[in-house]
Design a protein around this ligand. Structure first.
Ligand code: ISE
Length: 343
């Protein structure tokens, strides 16, 4: 079977990382086309990859007959148009979150994909591929802990770009715990409240950081998340499930523990999400490439979170931003999945 020819759209930090992993780590694929609104950046990356071309227009890159599949690492506002183009040309696509920037357009994408009768869209919720999350999920599914009741999470970034505002803490950061909750518990989130304690003096003026998110699932499970994106420390993501017959926790950063004079001990915390979830991104990409290469026999070009998962996350985050503004709990508005044939 020949290598998958991939177009990577958006070669900023994440897109450039994905180009590197498709080139050096992933088997069965190579980067055939790159595109970025900064043409210089795209040209610089293409120059280092034999056989890789720059295509200046993202929609031309998607339509290119020598492109088999697409990675979208472009800014969120560009996704809707680019995803619809992928569907129109029947190109499998791995789309970094968000699916699109609002609930209505996310739903439209879900419907358009469902009409095709093929699964072409995978959303880049990479935590599902992390070994620790996978082990936690396997333990819950095995029934060893009995019925899960409560999920406690902490999501701390050392720093975020200056453009980050209070709503982005919900849409860009909390969105991962939204997906993790749905992944671990296999059910939808029906309500959310965001609480804003005293702000970190180190946070930019007007940014409500930290935030506490409280979510409730359809069966009544409780989820709480501490979001703190200007800790100045390192990248920390902890997740603890409390269940009927015990509890289980991941994200303790217990790698190498050093003991040195004068009687201190300790280890290291990963500096950022690219390092913490490097293995997860690699596994996500390898499984996506494998699924796409075998997709024509089944019509399923996805092995991971789907367009529906992207839509569900958008709906919960929308309610989260409303709660951030009102301070009150907000019910999540979503269509029932069964109402969309093929979703
Ligand atoms: C960032 O965009 C990510 O997706 C990271 O995984 C997340 O931890 C971070 O908070 C976001 O800003």
């Amino acid at each position: 079977m020949s290598d998958l020819r991939v177009a990577v759209l958006g070669v900023g930090i994440m897109g450039a990382d994905h180009v590197a992993r498709l080139t050096s780590t992933i088997s069965g694929a190579h980067v055939a086309v790159v595109n970025d609104y900064l043409t210089d950046k795209a040209e610089q990356i293409a120059a280092g990859l034999p056989g890789c071309r720059v295509v200046a227009d993202p929609l031309d890159a998607i339509a290119d007959p020598d492109v088999d599949a697409v990675v979208l690492a472009t800014p969120g506002p560009a996704h809707e148009k680019q995803l619809l183009a992928c569907l129109e040309h029947g190109k499998p696509v791995l789309c970094e979150k968000p699916l699109t920037t609002d609930v209505e357009t996310s739903l439209e994408v879900v419907k358009r994909e469902a009409e095709l009768g093929k699964r072409l869209i995978q959303v880049g919720f990479m935590r599902r591929f992390d070994h620790e999350y996978a082990a936690l999920k396997a333990m819950l599914d095995s029934g060893e802990l009995g019925r899960p009741l409560v999920l406690h999470c902490a999501h701390r970034n050392p720093a975020v770009p200056p453009s980050f505002d209070s709503a982005m803490i919900v849409r860009d950061s909390l969105v991962h715990e939204v997906d993790v909750t749905r992944f671990l518990f296999n059910e939808e989130i029906i309500a959310i409240q965001i609480i804003t304690p005293s702000a970190n003096p180190g946070a930019p003026d007007g940014v409500a950081d930290p935030q506490i998110a409280i979510m409730r699932t359809a069966s009544g499970k409780h989820v709480d998340v501490e979001l703190f994106v200007t800790t100045g420390v390192a990248y920390e993501v902890r997740t603890e499930v409390v269940a009927e017959k015990g509890s289980a926790m991941i994200g303790l950063d217990v790698g190498l523990i050093r003991k040195t004079a004068p009687g201190t001990w300790g280890g290291q915390i990963t500096p950022g999400f690219r390092e913490r979830f490097g293995q997860a991104y690699d596994t996500e990409f390898q499984r996506w490439v494998d699924a796409v290469r075998h997709g024509s026999s089944t019509g399923n070009y996805v092995d991971g979170p789907s367009a529906w998962d992207g839509y569900a996350a958008a709906a919960v985050c929308e309610a989260g931003v409303q709660s951030l503004n009102s301070g009150k709990p907000v019910e999540v508005t979503m269509v029932a999945r069964e109402t969309i044939a093929g979703a």
